[in-house]
Ligand binder design. Structure first.
Ligand code: ADP
Length: 384
């Protein structure tokens, strides 16, 4: 094996390593020991890119045996995507005197990728010749940590944007019924309205106040995580549905809403206020997304071990792209955003409340057009 000449450097001119000292007392074995045991990868390369020397750390880093590395060229280890930019920097280093201080990827012998920090320095060899010394440091852990921090920062930024958008929507949604309530209250406060007018205005105030209350309730339901259902009790689903429909008719007297019950055992284990809210949300949506002349039908029936309630409407149904996300909090179809107000919370609330009672929710487009929204709860048979 040829002795490594750069040990005793011919002149103290400046290289990329800084002023070179002439280390006359450093013997070849001492230098080799030092080189082999460096904590970073160290290589000596010819100007045409062949490895002349590689140290132990570089062998570990790349996973190739020494003999194989000495057959390879400097770009062979580069990740395919890094090759071209690296070639440009390497040319600039060799031919234009630029520094070489690069972070890039190596592909190891086993196919895995590592990140490395590589610096290169020219080592003058006399007679206008030179070789190149490179240090190669494995920085994979740092790059992975920095990337994961960046990803986290990006997610945080997205979450903040969602929060800001949400706050904007919430304040808009809350302000609308509040403005109505204040305006109508001022009308009532003024003298001169007939008792019948006052009565009508108060009913409108109540409607807006109820809307406000239900918005706040929805937000609270979704904000409470880890909640468990209160003690469940036997509930006749058809009776709750009838009451919800009556309530709906009071607010929307023009809408045709009918109830069909096809089971003699509509008894489930549930929490009544929650079931009332789920039906009200589904009816409210059917109202909102169905043209004035469309009918709404509520079906209560048995399905195996469950009792199901379905709300059928004659609206536009659900687009395929919306289907998978429709029960997500704050998700609204593009048409809904354009055509109507809403926060996209109603269905998320339905899902949460039915999940907590051990049931399931679903949504589909009906063959005859319009949407079907429904839920099922385990049936409570008379002999249970
Ligand atoms: P919101 O009605 O406030 O947007 P929801 O959570 O109740 O929020 O509904 C989420 C989305 O599901 C709506 O934006 C709408 O796109 C769609 N959707 C809900 N109900 C119906 C329905 N009956 N027909 C068609 N689309 C519906």
């Amino acid at each position: 094996m040829t002795a490594t000449r750069p040990v005793v450097l011919p002149n103290p001119e400046r290289t990329s390593f800084g002023p070179v000292l002439v280390l006359e007392s450093l013997t070849v074995p001492a230098f080799r020991g030092f080189f082999e045991n460096l904590g970073v990868g160290g290589v000596q390369i010819s100007t045409d890119g062949r490895f002349l020397q590689v140290n132990q750390r570089f062998i570990e880093l790349t996973g190739y045996p020494r003999e194989q590395l000495l057959q390879m060229r400097v770009g062979d280890l580069d990740h395919p995507d890094d090759r071209e930019p690296d070639r440009v920097r390497w040319d600039a280093f060799l031919n234009a005197g630029a520094d070489y201080d690069v972070e890039k990827r190596y592909v190891r012998r086993d196919g895995s990728t590592i990140w490395v920090h590589v610096t290169a320095a020219r080592i003058p060899m006399g007679d206008d010749e030179m070789t190149i010394a490179k240090t190669v440091e494995d920085i994979t852990d740092r790059v992975v940590a920095v990337n994961s921090l960046r990803e986290r920062e990006q997610r945080l930024r997205e979450a903040l944007a969602v929060k800001e958008e949400f706050l904007g929507m919430v304040s808009h949604e809350l302000r609308t019924p509040l403005t109505v309530i204040l305006g109508l209250a001022n009308v009532v406060a003024r003298n001169g309205s007939s008792p019948a007018q006052v009565q009508r205005t108060v009913l409108e105030i109540r409607e807006s106040a109820e809307h406000l209350a239900s918005l706040l309730e929805s937000m609270l339901v979704l904000a409470r995580v880890g909640e468990e259902a209160p003690e469940l009790e036997p509930i006749l689903l058809d009776r709750v549905a009838r009451r919800a429909i009556e309530r709906h008719r009071e607010v929307f007297p023009r809408r045709k809403v009918s109830l069909k019950v096809s089971t003699t055992t509509p008894l489930v284990d549930g929490h009544e206020p929650w079931i009332v809210q789920v039906i009200a949300n589904m009816l409210g949506n059917a109202e909102k997304y169905t043209p004035a002349k469309g009918r709404i039908i509520v079906l209560v029936g048995r399905d195996g071990e469950d009792v199901c309630l379905r709300v059928l409407d004659e609206g536009r149904g659900i687009a395929a792209e919306d289907q998978p996300r429709i029960f997500e909090a704050f998700y609204r179809a593009a048409h809904a955003v354009k055509e109507s107000g809403g926060l996209g919370l109603g269905l998320a609330v339905c899902k949460r409340l039915i999940d907590l009672q051990g049931g399931q929710v679903w949504a589909s487009t009906r063959e005859e057009g319009g949407a079907e929204f429904g839920f099922s709860l385990p049936a409570l048979d008379a002999d249970d």
